[in-house]
Design a protein around this ligand. Structure first.
Ligand SMILES: Nc1ncnc2c1ncn2[C@@H]1O[C@H](COP(=O)(O)OP(=O)(O)OP(=O)(O)O)[C@@H](O)[C@H]1O
Ligand SMILES: [Zn+2]
Length: 673
C-alpha cells in the first residue's frame, strides 16, 4: 500500500505518559497555598527574631505580612463560600485569628494563620493526589488518532472520529477509540480499563459487515480507547464516538460518584449541622465568662477562641470524603468502577453475597455433551430442528447447540426457522416446515404439555439432570424428538476466590440459577458455595434477593446482567462482571468489574473493607481529638497548640485515607490458574 502521511501536531507516547502523572489544578493550587503558608512562617520567624532589635514598626510589619500570607487563601475561600451562601468551618478559624489580633496578639494571630494554612494546604495537596488519580483517567485516551481514508493517513483529533472510520494504531501507541479490529495482530495491555495485568491478544474479526454489536463482540476482536497497543500494528474500525467510549463513560461515572454521599458521610454532615451551632453558642457563652469569673475580658476571650479552634470539626468533615475519594480512585485504577461512597461502604460491611451461575461462577461457554433422540427418531432430525431454532437466539446455550450441533451434523443441511420467539427464561420456540418447534427445559414442558410427554423422553431428561447436565427437550409439531445435554465448566480460580471472600468476612454465599437444581448443586459443591437455588426465573431471583434483604439486612448480587438485572437492581449492591463494553451493565450496576475476572471481586471487596476501617479510624481520630482538645483548651491550652493538634489531626485523617491508594492490585485469577 502506498501511504502518504499528512503531518499534524503529532503526539509522542512520552507526552501521553506524561499527562498521566501531570498534577491536576487542585495540586498546583495547593502548591501556591503551601508556598504562601511557608512564607508566612518565615515572616513570623523574622518578626520573632527581630523583636526588640529593630524599630517596632518593622516587627509589626513582619507580623502583618505573616498574617496576610497565612490568611489570604483562607480568606479568599471563606469569601467565596459566603458569596455562595455557604457556611464553612474554616471561617471560624479566621474569626479566632481576628480575635487574637484584636487582643493585640499579632504574633499569635500570625502563628495561628500560618499553622492553619500549612495544615490546610497539606490537606488540599493530599486530597489533590486522590482526585488527581481519578482525573488522570480522563487523560488516558490520546488526543489524536491516525485515520485512514483509502490510502491517505491523516492525524485527526479523536473528537472528530466518526463511527466506522478506520484508524491505524502503531506499536506501543495508546488506542484512540473503542472499535473492532479489522486487520493486524497484537497484544494489548488493557490494564487502564480492566485492571488486568496480562495483555490480551487481539486479532481481526472473522466474517464481514455488519459486525455484531460492540457489547457482544469477542474480547479478542474489540479494543478500548485508552488501552496500550503491544508490538503489532492494528487497524481498527471505530465503534463509538469519543464521548461514548467505555473510558469516557467510566470517567463520567467516577466523577458523579465523587459527589455521592455515603451513609457515614450523611451522618457526619448531620452531626456537624448540630455540632457547629452548638460550638458557636458555647464559644459565645465562654466569652462572657469574665462576668462570673474573676478575670479580665481578654482572658475569657482568649479561652473562648482556643475552645473554638479545639472544637471545630474540620477533621471530621474530611474523614469520610477523603477515604471515599481514595477508595474510588484506587478501585478505578484496578479496573473496578464503584459508583460512590454508598456502594463502597455497603460492600465494606455486608456479609452475604448472591451469585448468578452462568457466566459468573461458570465460564458461560457450555458444550453440547449428550444427544439423546427419542425412540425411532434419527439423531440428525433432532439436531437439525434444534440448530435451526437456536440460530435465532443469543442465549449461551443456543450458541453451544448451534456450534456443536453443526459440527455433528456435518454436511446435513439445516432448515430455516421462522417466527422465533424466546420463552422468557425457560426456552424458545419457532416454526420449521410449517410446524411449531419448542425447545426448553423439562419444567417448561411439564407446564405446557404435561400429559403428552413420552416416558422415554422424561426418563432421558431425568438421567441427564442427575448427571449434572443442563437439559433441553425438543418437540416438533406433536412429535418429541429427544433431549440434549449441555455442560458448562466452573471458572478457573472461582473456588479460590470464594475461599478468599470468606476470609474477607463473607458469611453466606448463595448461588441463583435458571438452570436445574442438580446442575446448580453440582457447581455449588465444586466451588464451595453454601446454597444453590435452581430452576429460577429472573423475577424469582429478584424475589429471593428481596427475601434475603429482609433477613440479612444487606446483600450484594453478582451477575453478568444477562438474566439477573432485576436481582441486581433489588440488591443493596449490584455488581456486574465483565462490564467493559456493555453499556447497560455499566449504567445499571453499583459496582462494575470491567474485567471478566472474579479475582477483581475479591479485590474490590477487600478494598471496601479497608475503606470502611479507614473511615472508622478517621472518625476516632477526629472525634477523639475534639474530645481531648476541648477540655484542654478550657484549662488554658494556648491557641497555637490547639491549632497544631487541630490541623495535625486534619492532615492525619487525609494521609490515612491516602493509604488506600496503595491497596494491593487485584490478582488475576485466570493468570494465577
Ligand atoms: N435458547 C434457549 N434454548 C433452550 N433452553 C433455553 C433457552 N433459553 C433458556 N433456556 C432454558 O431456560 C433456563 C433458564 O435460562 P436462563 O437464561 O434464565 O438461565 P441460565 O442460562 O441457566 O443461567 P443462570 O444460571 O445464570 O440463571 C436454561 O437453563 C434453559 O434450560
Ligand atoms: Zn480546621
Amino acid at each position: 500500500m502506498n501511504v502518504r502521511v499528512e503531518p499534524a501536531a503529532a503526539q509522542s507516547p512520552a507526552e501521553t505518559a506524561h499527562e498521566l502523572d501531570a498534577a491536576e489544578g487542585g495540586v498546583s493550587g495547593a502548591r501556591a497555598e503551601l508556598i504562601a503558608s511557608l512564607l508566612s512562617g518565615l515572616a513570623l520567624a523574622g518578626g520573632w527574631l527581630t523583636e526588640g532589635f529593630v524599630p517596632i514598626e518593622a516587627t509589626l510589619g513582619l507580623y502583618g505580612l505573616a498574617n496576610a500570607l497565612g490568611g489570604f487563601f483562607t480568606l479568599r475561600e471563606a469569601a467565596r463560600n459566603l458569596w455562595h451562601g455557604r457556611f464553612d468551618i474554616d471561617m471560624l478559624m479566621l474569626v479566632a485569628a481576628a480575635g487574637a489580633a484584636v487582643l493585640g496578639q499579632w504574633a499569635e494571630g500570625a502563628l495561628l494563620l500560618f499553622l492553619f494554612s500549612l495544615g490546610h494546604s497539606l490537606e488540599h495537596y493530599a486530597m489533590g493526589r486522590a482526585s488527581g488519580a481519578i482525573h488522570a483517567l480522563a487523560h488516558l485516551a490520546p488526543k489524536l488518532a491516525t485515520r485512514r481514508n483509502g490510502d491517505v493517513l491523516q492525524q485527526v483529533p479523536v473528537d472528530a472520529l466518526q463511527v466506522n472510520d478506520i484508524v491505524m494504531v502503531r506499536p506501543n501507541e495508546r488506542l484512540p477509540a473503542d472499535g473492532v479490529v479489522i486487520a493486524g495482530q497484537s497484544s494489548v495491555d488493557q490494564a487502564p480499563i480492566t485492571g488486568e495485568s496480562i495483555p490480551t491478544d487481539k486479532r481481526p474479526i472473522d466474517g464481514s459487515d455488519p459486525f455484531p454489536d460492540f457489547g457482544i463482540l469477542a474480547d479478542e476482536n474489540r479494543v478500548f480507547a485508552g488501552t496500550i497497543n503491544g508490538s503489532g500494528s492494528l487497524e481498527v474500525r471505530v465503534a463509538k464516538l469519543a464521548g461514548e467510549t467505555t473510558l469516557a463513560r467510566v470517567v463520567r461515572m467516577v466523577a458523579e460518584a465523587e459527589s455521592q454521599r455515603s451513609p457515614t458521610q450523611r451522618f457526619t454532615d448531620r452531626f456537624a449541622r448540630i455540632f457547629v451551632p452548638a460550638v458557636l453558642i458555647s464559644v459565645g457563652a465562654l466569652m462572657l465568662a469574665f462576668l462570673v469569673l474573676d478575670e479580665p475580658f481578654g482572658e475569657s476571650f482568649y479561652r473562648a477562641m482556643a475552645v473554638l479552634v479545639a472544637a471545630s470539626p474540620c477533621a471530621l468533615a474530611i474523614s469520610v470524603p477523603s477515604a471515599v475519594l481514595s477508595g474510588v480512585a484506587r478501585a478505578a485504577r484496578g479496573g473496578v468502577l464503584v459508583k460512590g461512597g454508598g456502594p463502597l461502604e455497603n460492600l465494606g460491611s455486608l456479609a452475604v453475597l448472591a451469585f448468578d451461575k452462568t457466566g459468573t461462577l461458570t465460564e458461560g461457554k457450555p458444550r453440547l455433551t449428550d444427544v439423546m433422540p427419542a425412540p425411532g427418531i434419527d439423531e440428525r432430525a433432532l439436531l437439525g430442528i434444534a440448530v435451526a431454532i437456536e440460530r435465532g437466539s443469543d442465549h449461551p446455550l443456543a450458541a453451544a447447540v448451534v456450534r456443536d450441533g453443526e459440527a455433528r451434523l456435518g454436511d446435513t443441511e439445516v432448515k430455516t426457522a421462522t417466527s422465533i420467539e424466546s420463552l422468557n427464561g425457560s426456552g424458545i420456540r419457532g416454526v420449521v416446515d410449517g410446524k411449531a418447534a419448542v425447545l426448553g427445559n423439562p419444567q417448561l414442558f411439564l407446564a405446557r404439555f404435561a400429559s403428552s410427554i413420552p416416558a422415554s423422553v422424561t426418563d432421558a431428561a431425568a438421567e441427564l439432570e442427575n448427571a449434572g447436565r443442563t437439559v433441553i427437550m425438543v418437540r416438533h409439531g406433536e412429535t418429541y424428538l429427544g433431549v440434549l445435554g449441555l455442560m458448562d465448566t466452573p471458572r478457573t480460580g472461582a473456588r479460590e476466590v470464594i475461599a478468599r471472600l470468606r476470609t474477607l468476612g463473607i458469611r453466606r454465599i448463595v448461588m441463583l440459577s435458571g438452570d436445574n437444581q442438580s446442575v446448580a448443586d453440582n457447581v455449588a459443591r465444586a466451588l464451595g458455595v453454601d446454597e444453590a437455588r435452581g430452576a429460577l426465573m429472573p423475577e424469582d431471583k429478584a424475589g429471593i434477593v428481596k427475601a434475603m434483604l429482609a433477613t440479612e439486612g444487606k446483600v450484594a448480587m453478582v451477575g453478568d446482567g444477562v438474566n439477573d438485572a432485576p436481582a441486581m437492581a433489588n440488591a443493596t449492591v449490584g455488581i456486574a462482571m465483565g462490564a467493559a463494553g456493555s453499556d447497560v451493565a455499566l449504567e445499571a450496576a453499583d459496582v462494575a468489574l470491567m474485567a471478566d475476572d472474579l479475582g477483581h471481586l475479591a479485590f474490590v471487596l477487600g478494598l471496601s473493607r479497608r475503606t470502611s476501617s479507614v473511615i472508622r479510624q478517621n472518625l476516632w481520630i477526629s472525634l477523639g481529638m475534639v474530645a481531648l482538645l476541648v477540655p484542654a483548651a478550657l484549662l488554658g491550652l494556648p491557641i497555637g497548640a490547639a491549632v497544631v493538634f487541630h490541623e495535625g489531626s486534619t492532615v492525619l485523617v487525609v494521609v490515612n485515607a491516602l493509604r488506600l491508594l496503595a491497596y494491593p492490585a487485584p490478582r488475576d485469577e485466570q493468570a494465577a490458574a
